[in-house]
Write a protein that binds this ligand. Structure first.
Ligand code: ATP
Ligand code: MG
Length: 333
């Protein structure tokens, strides 16, 4: 069985639909056939300096959303990154193997830092991809289910693994492969259908947040930016707005995009939006109910996370020991 690792940042009260369709549904699908490890990456969230009380609350809420989506702690390991300090320790080793220029080429850093200015940008945001590589290599991960936006970071993780094997001998690290499902790899912002939907977007108007009031969700879908034509067809280059709505529709109903396009022959954008709003709200209602069930019992939730941390650490500690040894650090007697 191959090993899977993936994580999400607790950077918002609610995950957004792109997190769910791009990654979380894959997590759930993969957990039967693989040894899966899923993580609330709270150390990553520190890169944007969250309020401490808010971060704590969002960490539990993110875990509750993983569970509500179907991550099963009986089959998968579910835990909080900072509960396993080996992540931060390995990140230091890897940061000493990462070129400054190499890290500087990461487009997510360029995008996020350009919005915050150089004084508002932390060094942690710069080294974020190195911590992500540590998350992955710490578990000798084979496969990483993520959205398209993480492809470049995954490439860095692969380069680092290969570098370790060259410098410190074969078997030092496992080279991970990305698992990116093309159809849903990039869900776009409803107001700006050429940029990806993100939980920490400046304006929430283009987001479908999993924990939003259904009325708000329906309104955001109805006001999604489209184009001046009338024809409903799937053409991401010419019609990014409509194509994004069709992608979401198809992913949530399991019906092929072509079949949906055929259904709307002769109908208008308003019809598509109205029906899609119903589909999304129909999906969200039971999901939200499950999330609130988990949040109503924080003690049980914390127990699931504590058990996950124990199981994760049992895997992480020997890997870190192996790497400390290969790097030539004198081990304590
Ligand atoms: P932030 O704005 O804080 O970076 P985010 O929405 O990008 O939040 P992350 O926690 O960074 O969420 O990423 C979690 C997972 O969701 C990753 O696997 C990422 O690739 C995936 N993902 C994020 N946004 C999208 C999207 N719009 N479409 C598909 N997958 C996405
Ligand atoms: Mg992100």
């Amino acid at each position: 069985r191959s090993r899977i690792f993936s994580g999400m940042q607790p950077t918002s009260d609610s995950l957004q639909l792109g997190n769910y369709l791009g990654a979380l549904t894959q997590w759930v699908a993969l957990q039967d056939e693989h040894d899966a490890i899923y993580c609330v990456v709270d150390l990553h969230a520190l890169t944007v300096n969250p309020d401490p009380a808010v971060l704590r609350d969002r960490t539990r809420r993110t875990a509750a959303q993983f569970l509500a989506a179907g991550v099963d702690p009986a089959r998968s390991i579910l835990f909080v990154q900072s509960h396993v300090p080996e992540h931060a320790e390995l990140a230091w080793l890897l940061s000493c193997q990462t070129g400054f220029g190499e890290a500087g080429r990461m487009t997510q850093f360029k995008d996020k830092s350009s919005k915050q200015g150089s004084e508002g940008t932390t060094v942690g945001l710069f080294t974020y991809p190195v911590l992500m590589a540590a998350d992955i290599l710490l578990y000798d991960t084979n496969l990483v289910p993520v959205g398209e936006d993480q492809r470049q970071h995954l490439e860095l993780s692969r380069d680092l693994a290969q570098r370790l094997n060259q410098r410190f001998g074969p078997g030092t690290a496992v080279v991970p492969d990305p698992h990116i499902v093309k159809a849903t790899a990039k869900i776009y912002d409803l107001q700006d259908p050429t940029s990806k939907m993100s939980k920490s977007a400046e304006s929430p108007n283009g987001l479908i947040e999993l924990l939003d009031d259904p009325k708000v969700v329906a309104k955001r879908i109805r006001s999604a930016v489209t184009d001046a034509e009338r024809e409903i067809r799937f053409d991401p280059a010419a019609k990014p707005g409509i194509s994004n709505l069709l992608t979401i529709y198809s992913a949530l109903t399991g019906r092929p995009v072509d079949a949906i396009v055929a259904d709307y022959d002769g109908k208008g954008y308003g019809d598509l939006k109205k029906d899609l709003a119903e589909v999304v709200v129909g999906f969200l209602a039971p999901f939200q109910e499950r999330v609130h069930g988990y949040l109503a019992d924080p003690a049980s939730l914390d127990e699931v996370l504590a058990d996950g941390a124990d199981r994760a650490q049992a895997l992480a500690a020997p890997t870190l020991e192996r790497l400390y040894d290969r790097f030539g650090l004198l081990r304590r007697r």
